[in-house]
Design a protein around this ligand. Structure first.
Ligand code: ADP
Length: 432
């Protein structure tokens, strides 16, 4: 009896609390993203992101012809590594996709895997960064181990700058990130590319990457994925309207002109918003008006119907917006006005003027930039003339105008000082 109760006491006093602590600690680790609790701290969660077949091909990526051309070669390496190794060529190990967010870097990486019909392991740089030293490094090891077992395949690391930041730029260093980066470098040196394993990474800040990552044999191929031009935007709209019913008013060229600076993700979003608007209004097909509404939605936010402006405020906003539009219309070098509205929007505008260029421009003349500056300040000028006072409504216009004016002075003065003489000399040489 005594013996039995002492076992129970031992259980209650020691085993149970330790077991409870183990369970609680394990749960905490899981919550912190340790992947698989205490037993799986170093395990990569690549399994969750592995796709046997991405189902994406180059046809799904519109525009970006140069990037696709460079990647076609890589697809061939993956298809047929033997062809290259037989002749003694070394296969590339890594390709770095560089470009702003939403330009289709992930989509391109998936398309490479889809075209080569190989599995796609994807992780984001931030997935490796843990609070425990050594966890990131062991995740990298685990990821490469898994991938090597499934070769030929592609490893895709999004936002690689989260682990690949230059080591010199960090004051005091960060042991965890440094270890993770070192592990990535040694894995990239270690694997055998003739098996058809390729590491792709994406970043929009290549300048902060550690130079060691960009050395030959690592991410030595750089593929630029830029914002789409007019033609690219039309093609992206076409790709994303594949399954959308459109009516006869739709003109993609016009939408593409109005969306200069938009990336693929914005355009995909616009197409979807336009389809939703059409359904909301009980129509069976998307019209050009729906598309323009979607452009506004993505660029300036939703209509804010509950913001009730007073009669006087509405008058001020009206004159302000007409001021912008008139000044733009009266100048020779400004872009044509497409729409004036005084419906407040969720991104803060109480009204705005939409200007759409007649054609895509790659260069701006000084006259055009000056016309832009005058256009920005037209709203405030109208307020001054009509109400003999000004409001805070022009603050955003002034901010934009200041940014442009500052850039004009900064860049022009440095260029004039340093290169004016060079230009004069070039002219002199040419004349000779
Ligand atoms: P990134 O990785 O550069 O941030 P993504 O590849 O994640 O961008 O793009 C997000 C989405 O935007 C894609 O899933 C796709 O729907 C759309 N998209 C972006 N670029 C393109 C493109 N060039 N062609 C077609 N769709 C695109």
């Amino acid at each position: 009896m005594l013996f039995r109760s002492s076992i129970i006491m031992l259980l209650l006093e020691w085993v149970l609390p330790i077991a409870a602590m183990f369970v609680i600690f394990n749960m905490m680790m899981k919550r912190m993203g340790g992947g698989g609790g205490i037993m799986g701290v170093g395990k990569s969660n690549a399994k969750g992101y592995v796709q046997k077949e991405t189902g994406v091909t180059f046809k799904d990526v519109a525009g970006e012809d140069e990037a696709k051309e460079s990647l076609t070669e890589i697809v061939d390496f993956l298809h047929n590594p033997g062809k290259y190794t037989k002749i003694g060529a070394k296969l590339p190990k890594g390709a770095l996709l560089v470009g702003p967010p939403g330009t289709g870097k992930t989509l391109l990486a998936k398309a490479v895997a889809g075209e080569a019909k190989v599995p796609f392991f994807s992780l984001s740089g931030s997935d490796f960064v843990e609070m425990y030293v050594g966890v990131g490094a062991s995740r990298v090891r685990d990821l490469f181990k898994q991938a090597q077992q499934s070769a030929p395949c592609i490893i895709f690391i999004d936002e690689v700058d989260a682990i690949g930041k230059s080591r010199d730029s960090r004051l005091g260093g960060n042991d965890e990130r440094e270890q993770t980066l070192n592990q990535l470098l040694s894995e990239m040196d270690g694997f055998d590319s003739s098996k058809g394993l390729l590491v792709m990474a994406a970043t929009n800040r290549p300048e902060i990457l550690d130079p060691a990552l960009l050395r030959p044999g690592r991410f030595d191929r750089r593929i630029i994925v830029d914002k789409p031009d007019l033609k690219g935007r039309v093609q992206i709209l076409k790709v994303h309207s594949k399954d959308v019913k459109l009516d006869e008013t739709v003109d993609f060229e016009e939408i593409a002109l109005a969306t200069s600076g938009a990336v693929g993700a914005d355009l995909a979003n616009m197409m979807n918003e336009a389809a939703i608007t059409a359904v909301k209004n009980g129509r069976k097909a998307v019209s050009q008006k729906d598309l323009f509404e979607a452009v506004e939605l993505v660029l300036v936010g939703k209509e804010k119907k509950d913001r009730i402006l007073s009669q006087e405020e509405r008058r001020i906003v009206s004159y302000h917006e007409v001021g912008h539009a008139l000044v733009s219309a009266l100048q020779k070098d400004s872009e044509p006005v497409q729409k004036i509205t005084i419906v407040p929007r969720t991104m803060g505008a109480l009204g705005y003027v939409m200007q759409v260029p007649e054609e895509e421009k790659y260069l701006n003349t000084e006259k055009e930039i000056r016309a832009m500056l005058v256009g920005f300040l037209g709203g405030r000028a109208a307020e001054e003339i009509v109400f003999d006072t000004v409001t805070t409504g022009a603050s955003n216009d002034i901010e934009k105008a200041t940014r442009i004016a500052r850039a004009m002075v900064d860049r022009k003065s440095t260029r004039l000082n340093s290169s004016h003489r060079c230009i004069s000399y070039a002219v002199f040489c040419l004349k000779k």
